[in-house]
Design a protein around this ligand. Structure first.
Ligand SMILES: Cc1ncc(COP(=O)(O)O)c(C=O)c1O
Length: 458
């Protein structure tokens, strides 16, 4: 389709889009940190779409690896065959995940939600295999997002995304998430105390569930729903210890934080915890193909291998060879280009350190209440009153206005609402590709300041 035909088609769309009200530009090209639409407008992708792209757009090696796989073998069903690309890539990913996953295995899917469904079923089957047949509940956190399928939504706390589906959802306990900007507990001691209070909440929920809990699922850094909230020191270690003590599996949802985004291969490395199951997607293929992965520890894999011997679960397109070829080439590229190191915001002179100070520099802008995050995953929360932290009226859609003003300046960010209580609270997610340069960061921060100021004048 020509560019002008794409523009015409966009106003009378046959696609069921995310909104019938918003107008969507037809995107036609990407390179590095930039995207272009059919009108020739250039955008700097300051949020990696939705924290998806980590290696930059338009990397020729990835397209070549996918084309080569497609020419060789496009698809086989995983009930009939394995493939060389699946075997080799799974081994490379386990190695990337480190010693905690030695002797484990990987289940490949087409994205985050499918991977979460897989992890939920895996935790249930593990408990059945070891004779804990009562265990089926999965505890999750109030302000969390784990995906859009019904199982994933049942363990998500994101109020807006769940609300109309509640009658179709099986509910288990949700516990609080540490959120030090608006903490329910005392944060005057560097947040040690509040982390333990939140962990104790998990322990009480497990006890109340009468030995029926199979797993606890947690984002090691809260992604979309809270806006890049890094947990207080000691919190993740405490929840890991509680899970171990009660025979509850720990599922780390690293759909957003995995594959280098936080400056470590996986964010759990920052707290030195060992999840039983780790879910990743987004940066795994950097968006070049639909791909998710569930990393399964040896303990869980062994229980099934030595028990019933079969994982009772499957999608037609799990382990799709072309997606795996993309993911494998992405892993090779990010290692060669040292992009995990670039994403380490605590390393002086790194790309992420430059991003961090540019965003910190926006704290004085009107309406910026908090700037938080780690690596190349940052959140910015907006408030109507900085002193009292009073949020904007959600009807104003303040963050939507900031995002639109940014788009008008050629800058893409990821706006969300609901961080305060599920409905009010406006925040942006900023998660650029790791190939962004210091000049591009500087330009983006200036545009973002302009967009925030413009939104605040309305
Ligand atoms: C932490 C987390 N888990 C799961 C998902 C669902 O992934 P997907 O949209 O690929 O299904 C997301 C998506 O934003 C996410 O951020």
């Amino acid at each position: 389709m020509s560019d002008s035909a794409a523009i015409d088609a966009s106003s009378h769309s046959a696609v069921l889009r995310r909104s019938f009200r918003k107008s969507f530009s037809p995107a036609v090209r990407g390179e590095g940190v930039y995207l272009w639409d059919a009108r020739g407008q250039q955008y700097l992708d300051f949020s990696g779409s939705a924290a998806v792209n980590f290696i930059g757009h338009g990397v020729a090696e990835i397209a070549a690896a996918m084309a080569s796989q497609a020419k060789q073998l496009e698809f086989v069903h995983s009930s009939q065959f394995t493939t060389p690309v699946a075997e080799e890539y799974a081994a490379e990913l386990l190695e990337f995940a480190g010693k905690n996953f030695e002797g484990g295995c990987v289940y490949f899917t087409c994205g985050g939600s499918e991977s979460i469904e897989t992890a939920l079923k895996l935790s249930r089957q593990y408990q059945v295999e070891i004779g804990q047949t009562k265990r089926h509940q999965v505890i999750s956190r109030g302000q969390s997002y784990h995906g859009s399928t019904l199982g994933a939504l049942s363990v998500s706390g994101n109020k807006r995304r769940r609300e109309i589906h509640l009658p179709m959802i099986r509910e288990f306990a949700h516990v609080g998430s540490p959120y030090c900007y608006r903490c329910a507990f005392d944060c005057t001691d560097g947040c040690r105390n509040c982390g333990q209070e939140y962990a104790a909440e998990l322990e009480r929920a497990i006890e109340a569930a009468n030995e029926e809990v199979s797993a606890f699922i947690v984002e090691p850094v809260s992604g979309a729903t809270l806006g890049a909230v890094v947990p207080p020191p000691g919190y993740l270690q405490s929840v890991a210890e509680i899970c171990r003590r009660y025979g509850v599996l720990l599922i780390a949802d690293e759909v957003m934080t995995g594959m280098g985004r936080t400056g470590r291969n996986f964010a759990v490395e920052r707290s030195d915890i060992a999840p039983d199951i780790l879910v990743t997607a987004k940066g795994l293929s950097s968006g070049y193909a639909p791909l998710g992965a569930v990393l399964v520890s040896k303990k869980v894999a062994r229980a099934i291998a030595e028990g019933s011997g079969a994982f009772l679960h499957g999608f037609t397109y799990n382990s799709h060879p072309i997606s795996l070829a993309a993911g494998r080439a992405v892993l090779r590229f990010l290692r060669e280009q040292k992009l995990v190191q670039a994403a380490d915001s605590e390393s002086r002179g790194s790309t992420a350190a430059t991003l961090r100070s540019a965003l910190e520099g926006l704290r004085d802008a009107k309406a910026v209440g908090d700037v938080r995050g780690i690596g190349l995953l940052w959140g910015m929360e907006f408030v109507a009153d900085k002193a009292t932290k009073r949020p904007f009226d959600p009807e104003l859609n303040f963050v939507g206005r900031v995002a639109q003003a940014a788009v008008n300046r050629g800058l893409l960010v990821y706006p969300m609402q609901g961080c305060v209580d599920g409905v009010s609270g406006d925040h942006l997610l900023i998660a650029p590709p790791a190939v962004i340069t210091a000049d591009q960061i500087d330009w983006a921060a200036k545009q973002l300041r302009g967009a925030i100021e413009e939104a605040a004048t309305i």
